[in-house]
Design a protein around this ligand. Structure first.
Ligand code: NAP
Length: 252
């Protein structure tokens, strides 16, 4: 570990997987910028990190807005130092069967996952390449392999795998790796919303999901955070352009 802590950005880190990842990276000794739509929500995660003895700031930004992304990354560089770790985690779902899916449902999902990861990666790579070290980790999903009711989301999550492989090829010579983590079923507000949409109690929904998972339990945000921690770490420099399925079993 370097003497000055490396600076990490985690998007969509007010809750769920992003919050657990921000806390894990802070526990690893990183200075963490917690980005989410509302600065107040991001501040709650930053406060928790500070209580645990870590360093964090909160920044409010919509990752699909190019101006907000540019100013958020500039603010992180000014307040914490040049970001060398980026976790593209912000995400939304707008599930529906294809025949009922609106253009807005499609565009919203593409904008947050794909445009957001593109804008954040483009802004952050400038700092990583000039430092000769960087880690970009993007959240894909087992839904990238196809999932009923998720034409928009599965397309975006498959797209992130293509983005990851191309970033790995373009940025490798500057000491920057790019990898994707593809979670299976993880207990968060996102899966709670899916249970509500299909009219199931969340506990029943989780039990049904667990029965289909080889390790017989749903994933926790901390399971994903641990994998991101490795891919964002000092010892993963020869791992790049990969998609790691973290799903309690083989899903690729
Ligand atoms: P979550 O609990 O819904 O949290 C997502 C966070 O992203 C929220 O804090 C949300 O803010 C924020 N966000 C949404 N749009 C944003 C934008 N335009 N700019 C900045 N922040 C934005 O989701 P999660 O379950 O932790 O999922 C995190 C990531 O893992 C997502 O990319 C998701 O697709 C992926 N994933 C999740 C699962 C799972 O089972 N949970 C499985 C596979 C992949 P608001 O609260 O203000 O909307």
């Amino acid at each position: 570990m370097s003497e000055t802590p490396r600076v990490a950005i985690v998007t969509g880190a007010a809750r769920g997987i992003g919050a657990a990842t921000a806390r894990r990276l802070a526990a690893d000794g990183r200075a963490v910028a917690v980005i989410d739509l509302k600065e107040d929500d991001a501040q709650a995660t930053a406060d928790r990190i500070a209580t645990d003895g870590g360093t964090a700031i909160a920044v409010g930004a919509d990752v699909s807005d190019a101006d907000r992304v540019a100013s958020a990354v500039a603010q992180v560089a000014e307040r914490l130092g040049p970001p060398q770790i980026l976790v593209n985690n912000a995400g939304v779902i707008r599930d529906n069967m294809l025949f009922k899916m609106s253009e807005d449902d499609w565009d919203t999902v593409m904008n947050v996952h794909l445009r957001g990861s593109f804008l954040m990666s483009r802004a952050a790579q400038e700092h990583m390449t000039s430092q000769g070290w960087g880690r970009i980790v993007s959240l894909s999903s087992t839904s990238a392999l196809g999932n009923r009711g998720q034409a928009n989301y599965s397309t975006a999550k498959a797209g992130l795998q293509g983005l990851t492989k191309t970033l790995a090829i373009e940025l490798g010579k500057y000491g920057v790796t790019a990898n994707a983590v593809a979670p299976g079923f993880i207990e968060t507000d996102m899966t709670k919303a899916t249970a509500e949409r299909v009219g199931m109690d969340f506990e029943e929904f989780k039990a049904a999901a667990a029965a289909q998972i080889p390790v017989r339990r749903p994933g926790l945000p901390e399971d994903i955070a641990a994998t991101v921690s490795f891919l964002a770490g000092e010892e993963s420099g020869f791992v790049s352009g990969q998609v790691v399925y973290v799903a309690g079993g083989p899903r690729d």
